[in-house]
Design a protein around this ligand. Sequence first.
Ligand code: SF4
Ligand code: SF4
Length: 309
Amino acid sequence: MKQIVLLSGKGGTGKTSVAAAFAHLAHVSASPLSAVLADADVDAANLGLVLHPKQEEAHDFTGGAIAVINYSECIDCGVCENVCRFDAILTPSMQNNGSGEHYSIDTIACDGCAACVYACPVDAIHMEPQQAGRWFRSTSRYGTLFHADLFPAQENSGKLVTLVKQQARLFAMDNDFEVVIVDGPPGIGCPVIAAASGATIAIIVTEPTITGVHDLNRTLETTYHFKIPTFVIINKADLNALALNDIVSMCSIKNIEIIGQIPFDQTITEAMRKGDPVTAYNSEARSSKALVTIWERVVEILSHTGDSE
Ligand code: SF4
Ligand code: SF4
């Protein structure tokens, strides 16, 4: 079983449009692969907007824990406030316009370090796990989709990405699917590393702008660091010849294969507005034809690789 992860240095490069087209082409093209789909962009999951998933399972995701004070034990000594490095313990004077009665926890500021638990002289503080989001298994018109919602202001998106990917991978292995297509998060942070780890190949979707070149370089450094074979797709390739040339030169120097260029095409926007992968919406569109060629190259590359970890 292989894993393709789609990445981009920033949002808005067309990564999800490519992921949706791959999901469609894996299902119907002349080069089909049985695929499980994973939307690992848990901060802004939107692959479902195109795949129209029907939820089959929903599960809570427990992120970190936060401190909770038991007021029947608390003696208001203030020790917890002194040890908290995150300014998450509010003194009585900081509450109710200065007329608060007890120390309390700012649940947004609490980092879950538990220093206050160990410092409290009367064991009045304990840690409570917090639900930080939900993850789902859904059916969709192009295969089973694993996706998630991280609640606002929650951290641990890397953990949720790992969970979504693990579930997709296990489902694919248990049911003899050939590939997991992962729509990864943008950027180069912890969720990206979580999405890319164990991937058979990473495909970075970029666009020819000055920031696009910079972001591509950073994402390439990330996948290089984790030794993931990496390929590049240039979206809106005909919009800026100078920046396109910079990307082509950079990839050549780094020995990175550009597996396709997608021309600027309003059909992609129209298709997304209608909730369709562009390849399903209009197979004759210039972008669709480019994506079919790209998909065929992806299938060829995968045929020469071993299974993912
Ligand atoms: S350290 Fe314990 S007893 Fe002291 S204020 Fe904090 S919770 Fe209350
Ligand atoms: S768990 Fe850590 S961050 Fe949270 S209130 Fe206690 S000391 Fe502060």
